[in-house]
Ligand binder design. Structure first.
Ligand code: AVJ
Length: 334
């Protein structure tokens, strides 16, 4: 793995209501390198972080509103009902760090409850991060916001911010985005989150639970075809940004829960024997061959608490909804 990207100064937060942004994305074209390498493998694959171009972010927001996609609304319900308890758990003068901050709807629940002295959203989608953070700043003029555009699937050292009182860091990683990592990668990420939180810091993390295959299959292959569009949009992005010539009607969205692995897999399956080009390089597909685009691992409460312990956390509590669909874990860094 490359060395941690180390930001230089100890920056002061800007005036409340003003958002400051840092770009920690690596130089060079990581997207091109990852796509070329991913399409060259025996099982073709592309990392899911590349779903989130502008249209991909919009499509993901549309997924969150789907009746079948219970994750977002269930987690939001848990956060709303437990907000007061979170605030007691966290105490005053919190630095709220959020990985994969997206549209920041869940953030608002925490900001209302915790009144953090600083909010540090981290997201790979720079324009969406900027837009959401500026809206948040307009609605919460007292809140200090330091936006960080970064790929947190790689080693990342967040800056220490001076100038505001911070007693405790709270790392918020909602949405079950942890499920996009394999269990081994998730453990590496949790260790990084442990470092970001610091001793005594808190990890508040949303984790989708294992459940009936029919519910999961529908959540990732919805009747309106929005998830299919979200998956196929990756090919559009490659066409536009990397000089690709994928024909979207020659691929289909495939998503299924594998109960043995405890994870959903998403693929783009080639309908025909065909070849495509990306940036002048040719890639061949057999009929039925797929590009693996995402995993969404599901964890029972005990499985996830064990992983938290291995990463240096004490899993203090967790909350679920009445349907036992989703869990939010509160862990303290030891
Ligand atoms: C944003 C990673 C949590 O895995 O459930 C939604 C992405 N993929 N539908 C998930 C996604 C297909 C989502 N995460």
């Amino acid at each position: 793995m490359p060395e941690a990207l180390n930001p230089q100064p100890a920056p002061q937060p800007p005036a409340p209501g003003v958002v400051r942004f840092y770009n920690f994305l690596p130089r060079g074209d990581a997207f091109l390198e990852d796509v070329l390498a991913g399409l060259a493998g025996a099982q073709k694959s592309i990392p899911p972080k590349y779903f989130y171009d502008e249209h991909g972010c919009e499509l993901f927001e549309a997924i969150c509103d789907l009746p079948e996609y219970y994750l977002t609304r269930t987690e939001l319900g848990i956060l709303r009902s437990q907000a007061v308890e979170f605030a007691q758990f966290a105490g005053p003068d919190v630095e709220l760090i959020e990985f994969g901050s997206g549209a920041q709807e869940k953030t608002r629940v925490l900001v209302d409850a915790l009144r953090p002295s600083l909010y540090v959203p981290v997201d790979i989608a720079g324009d969406a991060l900027r837009a959401a953070s500026e809206k948040l700043a307009a609605d919460y003029p007292w809140l200090n916001i330091m936006g960080i555009c970064a790929d947190y699937t790689r080693p990342l050292a967040l800056p220490e911010f001076g100038g505001v009182p911070v007693r405790r860091k709270l790392v918020f990683f909602p949405g079950s985005t942890i499920g996009n990592f394999t269990p081994a990668e998730a453990l590496v990420f949790l260790k990084q989150a442990r470092k970001a939180a610091g001793r005594g810091g808190i990890l508040l993390i949303g984790v989708d639970l294992k459940k009936d295959k029919r519910i999961l299959d529908a959540a990732y292959d919805d009747s309106r075809g929005v998830t299919a569009q979200f998956n196929l949009n990756l090919l559009n992005r490659i066409n536009r940004e990397l000089g690709g010539d994928f024909q979207l009607n020659r691929f289909r969205h495939k998503a299924f829960y594998d109960p043995v692995m405890g994870r959903v897999e998403m693929h783009l399956e080639s309908l025909y024997s065909q070849f495509v080009h990306v940036s002048g390089k040719r890639f061949d597909f057999r009929a039925g061959e797929s590009i693996h685009t995402e995993i969404s691992c599901k964890y029972s409460p005990e499985e996830f608490r064990d992983m938290g312990r291995k990463a240096g956390f004490s899993p203090e509590r967790f909350w679920t909804d009445s349907g036992q669909l989703f869990a939010v874990h509160g862990m303290v860094a030891v």
